[in-house]
Design a protein around this ligand. Structure first.
Ligand code: PSU
Ligand code: MN
Length: 310
């Protein structure tokens, strides 16, 4: 499978796909650029364990030796977590990194491309890229959003990251006809904060109904993803006012340091972690794990639905 792109499957992923058992794809950019070592490795293992606990098989994705790796071993995750200079690979970087043969850490966008090629219908990460604040002038809109209009892979996340303009991100997804359904809250969450303040157009708490909704969307000719948002657990959430104050400072710092483009997201995440004394890094790790567990449960419900319908 994969239309000419070499795909190296982890054994447990290959078996699960063969037996039509649920698999949840996971990104590796959040390991190499999202969190600092060794928290990134520990979190990646906890995320994978959370997917397993919910009855699905985790498939962390990366690029190496000219192939898409679908399912990383503990050693692979350790190598990527402790490695330096591993480039962040979004969809448009994929062909270059594949052709060159080096290593690459996949973002939400490129993980969706890989998941679809690998036949994996579900993906989970905590924070999507989105419309950056000031995008009216910078035009900085994450390629994650465009990829959501192309890849038929359901995405279970905790919304888009707080550092973004969440109202414009919600507007953008509506404009591009991407179904966005919230689970467990009337509002879209904001990554490690419980609410973005943006009301969700649809709320579905029942996992089987959510699975049927995903199947219904993909029964239409429409391309693209279904975005399912789930808030952080209350005990893990960061107070929105505290996060907002740290983000405002980080944005000013980025402005002063002239940070824009690909490096902005990581710069802002690090600055906010510092401003909150690591509080947001803790919450980032926790929401990655809780989101993955919900992702695993919905993927399992979807696999049951597909099995019953076939
Ligand atoms: N979620 C996190 N931390 C991250 C990211 C997501 O908790 O670092 C990454 C994802 O890989 C996402 C990327 O695809 O940020 C978006 O980057 P940009 O805004 O440059 O497209
Ligand atoms: Mn960008």
């Amino acid at each position: 499978m994969g239309g000419g792109i070499p795909i190296v499957y982890a054994e447990e992923v290959r078996e699960a796909l063969h037996e039509r058992r649920p698999v949840v794809a996971l990104e590796s950019n959040v390991i190499t650029h999202g969190l600092a070592y060794p928290h990134n490795a520990r979190t990646a293992h906890r995320v994978e364990a959370a997917v397993r606990k919910s009855g699905s098989v985790p498939a962390t994705i990366c690029v190496e030796d000219g192939a898409l790796r679908v399912g990383m071993t503990e050693r692979d995750i350790e190598r990527f977590a402790s490695g330096t200079g591993i480039p962040k690979v979004s969809s448009r970087d994929l062909p270059v990194v594949l052709a060159r043969g080096g290593r690459g850490a996949t973002t939400v966008a490129s993980s969706l491309v890989a998941a679809e090629l690998a036949g994996i219908p579900f993906f989970s990460s905590a924070g999507l890229g989105g419309v950056h604040r000031g995008a009216q002038t910078t035009m900085d809109v994450s390629s994650d959003l465009i990829q959501l209009t192309r890849s038929r892979v359901a995405v279970v996340c905790a919304g888009a990251k707080m550092i973004l303009d969440l109202k414009l991100t919600a507007e953008y997804l509506e404009t591009h006809c991407v179904p966005v359904i919230s689970c467990g809250s009337d509002d879209f969450p904001a990554f490690y904060c419980s609410s973005s303040g943006v009301r969700a157009p649809h709320r579905i708490d029942d996992e089987d109904l959510m699975a049927r909704t995903v199947a219904a969307y993909w029964a239409t000719p429409a391309p693209g993803s279904v975005v399912i948002t789930v808030p952080p657990r209350p005990e893990d959430a960061v107070d929105a006012a505290e996060a907002e104050a740290a983000i405002a400072k980080a944005l000013q710092q980025a402005e002063r340091d002239g940070v824009t483009g690909q490096g902005l997201t990581k710069y802002l995440m690090r600055a906010v972690d510092e401003a909150t004394g690591g509080r947001t890094a803790e919450a980032n790790m926790a929401v990655l794990v809780s989101t993955a567990e919900t992702g695993g449960r919905i993927a399992a419900a979807y696999a049951r639905h597909v099995a019953a319908a076939s």
